[in-house]
Ligand binder design. Structure first.
Ligand SMILES: [Zn+2]
Length: 178
């Protein structure tokens, strides 16, 4: 039922570099905007599909309103999701990183406390991202947004779209680190 995504076939996909696998200790040590105690309490998913990932992104199975993103470096940030009480909270339906169009609950405004004293004083930055943080899979056509029948055609190659996504995501991480 989905149109064939021609961007994921052929040489373009092969030229995209996947993420270097990291150990759990490396992932915890990469987190720049939480205490060591919080970093040690975050629960990891059972496994990561490294070969399809440009960055790590997951919701903490032990604390569903907490999410983590780790970009190559590695540099990781902890983010919070709003509580799901009002559906009107989400206004955007497009992920700002992978530009996937979702129905409204497919995109969430994630908020990350700034690193260091600024964050401890309550300063944060926010960004609209895929709720499941599976941008890498949407970019590769390995996951489809629910309830969307029209796929946006793009003339960029997969590698160019991954570069654009990572530029945006690295920008978010830099804003948290600043
Ligand atoms: Zn996304």
């Amino acid at each position: 039922m989905w149109p064939v995504n021609r961007l994921t076939g052929g040489g373009a996909a092969a030229s995209v570099t996947a993420m270097e696998p990291l150990t759990e200790a490396q992932i915890r040590a990469s987190l720049i905007n939480c205490s060591k105690g919080e970093a040690s309490r975050i629960k990891m998913p059972p496994a990561f599909a490294w070969e399809d990932l440009d960055f790590l992104g997951w919701s903490d199975p032990g604390a569903p309103l907490r999410a983590v993103i780790v970009v190559p470096g590695p540099v990781g940030i902890v983010l919070r999701k709003p509580e799901r009480k009002r559906t009107s909270v989400v206004r955007s339906s497009m992920c700002r990183v992978c530009l996937t169009q979702h129905t409204s609950d497919g995109v969430t405004l994630f908020v990350a406390p700034l690193a260091g004293p600024a964050g401890r004083n309550g300063n944060s930055v926010g960004e609209y991202l895929c709720t499941d943080l599976a941008c890498s899979l949407y970019l590769r056509g390995k996951k489809q947004p629910r309830g969307r029948l029209v796929r946006q055609e793009e003339s960029l190659t997969l590698s160019e779209r991954v570069d654009r996504a990572m530029t945006t995501l690295n920008g978010l991480v830099k804003r948290v680190a600043a």
